[in-house]
Design a protein around this ligand. Sequence first.
Ligand SMILES: [Fe+2]
Ligand SMILES: [Fe+2]
Length: 254
Amino acid sequence: MTRIDEITDGIYRISASPKPDGAPITFNQFLIDDEMPALIHTGNHGDYDDIRTAIAEVVDPAKLAYVVLLHFEGDECGGMDRFMAEAPRAQLVGSDMSAILNLTQFGVDYVDRVKGVRDGDTIDLGDHTLSFIETPHVHHWDSMMVFEESSKSLFPSDLFIQTGDQPPVVNEDLTQDMCGFYREIGIFAHEEPVRTTIDRLVPRDPQWVHAMHGGTLTGEIFPRYVKALREERFAFQGKSLGRPIAEPAEVPAA
Ligand SMILES: [Fe+2]
Ligand SMILES: [Fe+2]
């Protein structure tokens, strides 16, 4: 089931529940309804119809001005060709690294509408302003995050994940589950780039943390997640998506 809910002031979460035969997490996209509407994460290529239908409840998908991806992966941008085809004036926004490594190298027919952004760059949507934060090796070399300034909203992609079918807003400490899930699926090579990034995010004092998988965390519960990521082990321990591949390396205590 795909649902759409307004979380705060023109920011909508589009969410599909976990599938019985799939990953035990929701897959979310975020729509910012403004003069220049923006979609953050496209979802997988095959999920386009459901996501498009949800967006159309709020904004005509042909009027999207920006399609933003936070790293190059199916759930982040698998639907980009389809959204870019439908919205002829949209720009596809990724980190400069995503643009250099991937977006300009796959022969897409909208390469002139690919926009690479760097740390500190901003895009004005009207009432909302997107500010970009490059976060290399927080999961991928090309990873970035977005901070929306008017609502103090952070879009952290796969950081702050919560498993299960979470409601639109979460005000609960699910951090033990989060760290255990990260160790099991192995998406972070090391804790260090994440902790360095956390130190850069905290001063922005986010009031909403729009996790790509799970619910949007409130500013009130956010410090608990920060503490867990600073203190617990959550990086790769030899397993990818639960499948043992390599012996875990010797790591010093947290
Ligand atoms: Fe990812
Ligand atoms: Fe993801």
